[in-house]
Design a protein around this ligand. Structure first.
Ligand code: AMP
Ligand code: ZN
Length: 115
């Protein structure tokens, strides 16, 4: 599986940096965002290093479908029953900070600190 030794999320996948894990399977990892915008704010990432949606290929479509499909399940498991937001930032103008593709999933009662 492709990994970038300088990538913080690859280090989380490898267990070199800790995370508050909420989900893991062979292809995907979910964990709490370290600076949450909402009462529940998780990140869902592919374990393989894909920098962002510009680098995504058709072969990744099923993986992205699985990420979307997991979002409502994980939100329910975390007690979010009243709606949530999903967000994927891509590139500089997309305000992407970490260049390992990730989907933010945010929910819980408002007000939120951001978003
Ligand atoms: P983005 O702007 O979409 O690239 O967002 C990157 C997100 O990763 C931000 O919401 C950060 O708070 C989050 N983040 C950065 N480092 C970590 C980490 N070590 N553990 C959990 N979340 C992180
Ligand atoms: Zn990475």
């Amino acid at each position: 599986m492709s990994a970038d030794p300088n990538c913080i999320f690859c280090k989380i996948v490898a267990g070199q940096i800790p995370c508050k894990k909420v989900y893991e399977d062979e292809e995907l990892l979910g964990f709490h965002d370290i600076h949450p915008w909402a009462p529940v704010h998780i990140l869902l990432i592919p374990k393989q290093h894909i920098a962002n949606l510009y680098d995504a290929q058709a072969e990744h479509n099923a993986l992205f479908g699985r990420m979307l499909g997991l979002a409502p399940r994980l939100m329910r498991e975390l007690g979010v029953e009243n709606g949530f937001r999903t967000l994927i930032n891509t590139g500089a103008d997309g305000m992407q900070e970490v260049y390992h593709l990730h989907m933010h999933v945010m929910g819980g009662p408002r007000p939120w600190s951001k978003g």
